[in-house]
Design a protein around this ligand. Structure first.
Ligand code: PCA
Length: 162
């Protein structure tokens, strides 16, 4: 076994712009960011609200377990460098907060539970729970709210109601 394999010790479940064909996916495939290896499609074991919010149409998984939907996404195996790059993109822990959660993955007719890192929003104004939530994000969906790049700081206020 080579050393590269040894280093790939983190699993990350992505549900938003990091998925394939979404606007931030290139972060996971850029070799300068380290290793990001697609493992499987998966679904959260818990329900959460997945919404699009702020004027930049950013997808957010609200940490409100039991509300919303079982969320569909993709599991990647990443190395230390890639995890640190994703933390920069998501501005963890100031914007998104990375937490371990159970992700269900189908493998040869069996369902496995994988412990994965997931980027949640924990500090949000309660009225975001009233928004329409979805189970499968795409920037190009028929919601008509395509993702726009932003400076995370400028959107924090929007989210917290601060
Ligand atoms: N990027 C991360 C969190 C939300 C987002 O747009 C993801 O795809 O999981």
């Amino acid at each position: 076994m080579d050393h590269k394999e040894f280093n790939m010790s983190h699993k990350v479940f992505v549900y938003g712009t990091l998925k394939r064909n979404e606007p931030n996916h290139h972060w996971l495939t850029d070799p300068n960011n380290g290793v990001g290896k697609f493992i499987a499609e998966g679904t959260t074991k818990n329900k959460y609200p997945l919404i699009i919010a702020t004027k930049y149409n950013i997808p957010f998984l609200l940490f409100s377990p039991g509300n919303g939907h079982y969320i569909k996404g993709e599991v990647y195996e990443v190395d230390d460098l890639m995890l640190s790059k994703l933390d920069i993109l998501e501005d963890h822990p100031d914007f998104y907060i990375r937490e371990i959660d159970d992700i269900l993955v189908k493998k040869e007719n069996e369902t496995q539970t994988l412990k994965c890192w997931v980027y949640f929003i924990k500090n949000f104004k309660p009225d975001l729970l009233q928004r329409r939530s979805m189970d499968n994000y795409s920037s190009h969906g028929n919601h008509g709210l395509p993702y726009m790049e932003s400076n995370n700081e400028s959107t924090l206020e929007d989210l917290n109601g601060a």
